[in-house]
Ligand binder design. Structure first.
Ligand code: ACO
Length: 323
């Protein structure tokens, strides 16, 4: 059997940091409220001219270096983003050109908002399992700050920008054990940007295409749904909760993360938390957290790692892997 194994990870954050105290000057909020309700202390925000593909390029270079491969060794690029540089070409194609890849490998974007990285990983894993790909670059990158109404305290305090990447390679030994993705489009109005190219495009042109969220209702759905995906993933692999060494969750809110850890009977020191420093970077949050814990030596080879996410759509998913 062929597995898709993570050969290398990489990430990149814009230098510009916006703290809760900075936001206090902008909207009617407080550092205390943001910390207590979300766990967020600061977030990195891209400066003018810095794009999703700019961030992704740096993360990709780091992941390829860690995997010990050259760009032209890649035979697939799957790029998760909700904030692409252009309507088209896809961010994956733009990144392919930036990386100097001339081998004609397939490159495409996946859009599942905060679950985007899990969706992209699931897609790339299937290419590897079926033998269509041997070395795949999977990216989650966002400049979510561009979708925010900086006068809406209910959303602007929550998000940040960044990029994370992994190189997946075919392995006969071990790698991703299972992936699980789901969607339910009926919840569109609880979390959305209510316009796009084919609908209310004037708002896009006017720069008012902003995230709208019924935070409290999304919160409850996220906690319940993530609890169910944990059960589904463990059952599919006939594993016990205690078999999981690390939880690398989507980083939306520390209270949601803690609820999932509790569901796994897992102490918080087995959970990779970056939401305090990064905020919610949407599709970038899981690969950013994974890269941090791999590079600082917490996640070791042969350990069992559970990735999970919930986001707009609604979409949700998980991946269980032997690192
Ligand atoms: N500062 C101060 N007060 C605020 C702020 C703020 N930044 N934001 C909201 N409030 C107020 C509200 O107006 C409300 O006041 P009221 O009681 O007078 O009406 C009060 O705080 C409580 O608001 P709630 O929304 O009930 O607060 P809650 O405890 O639910 O926390 C939060 C809000 C942090 C948004 C939480 O609901 C959450 O994290 N939701 C889930 C987000 C998520 O996971 N999204 C999915 C991924 S994102 C994606 O896919 C794009």
């Amino acid at each position: 059997m062929t597995f898709a194994r993570i050969a290398g990870t990489g990430s990149y954050l814009p230098d510009n940091i916006v703290t809760n105290l900075d936001l206090e000057k902008r909207v009617d909020t407080s550092d205390q409220w943001i910390r207590e309700r979300t766990g967020i202390e600061q977030r990195h925000i891209a400066v003018e001219g810095q794009s999703t593909v700019d961030l992704a390029e740096q993360a990709a270079l780091r992941a390829m270096e860690a995997a010990g491969i050259k760009a032209n060794d890649l035979d697939l690029i799957v790029f998760a983003t909700t904030t692409p540089d252009k309507v088209f070409p896809s961010s994956a194609c733009l990144l392919q050109a930036r990386l100097g890849i001339e081998n004609g490998c397939p490159a495409f974007d996946v859009q599942a908002v905060c679950s985007g990285f899990v969706y992209a990983l699931t897609t790339a894993e299937k290419f590897i399992r079926t033998g269509s790909s041997k070395k795949a670059l999977v990216i989650g990158a966002e400049v979510f700050s561009r979708l925010l109404d900086w006068n809406d305290r209910g959303t602007c305090v929550l998000f940040g920008d960044g990029a994370g990447a992994v190189v997946l390679e075919a392995s006969e030994e071990t790698g991703i054990l299972s992936t699980h993705i789901h969607a339910d489009g009926r919840y569109e109005k609880l979390l959305h940007v209510p316009c796009g190219v084919a609908n209310e495009f004037d708002a896009v042109k006017a720069g008012t295409a902003f995230v709208e969220m019924k935070g409290n209702e999304v919160f409850k759905m996220a906690v319940n749904t993530l609890g169910r995906i944990v059960d589904e993933t463990l059952e599919a692999n006939q594993m016990q909760k205690s078999d999981v060494d690390w939880l690398v969750p989507h980083q939306a809110n520390l209270r949601i993360i803690a609820a999932t850890a509790k569901k796994l009977n897992m102490p918080m020191d087995q959970v990779v938390v970056t939401v305090n420093k990064h905020g919610n970077t949407s599709a970038a949050s899981i690969p950013l957290a994974l890269d941090e814990a791999v590079r600082d030596g917490r996640i070791q080879r042969d350990q069992t790692v559970l990735l999970e996410a919930f986001g707009g759509g609604f979409t949700w998913g998980s991946a269980l892997l032997r690192y």
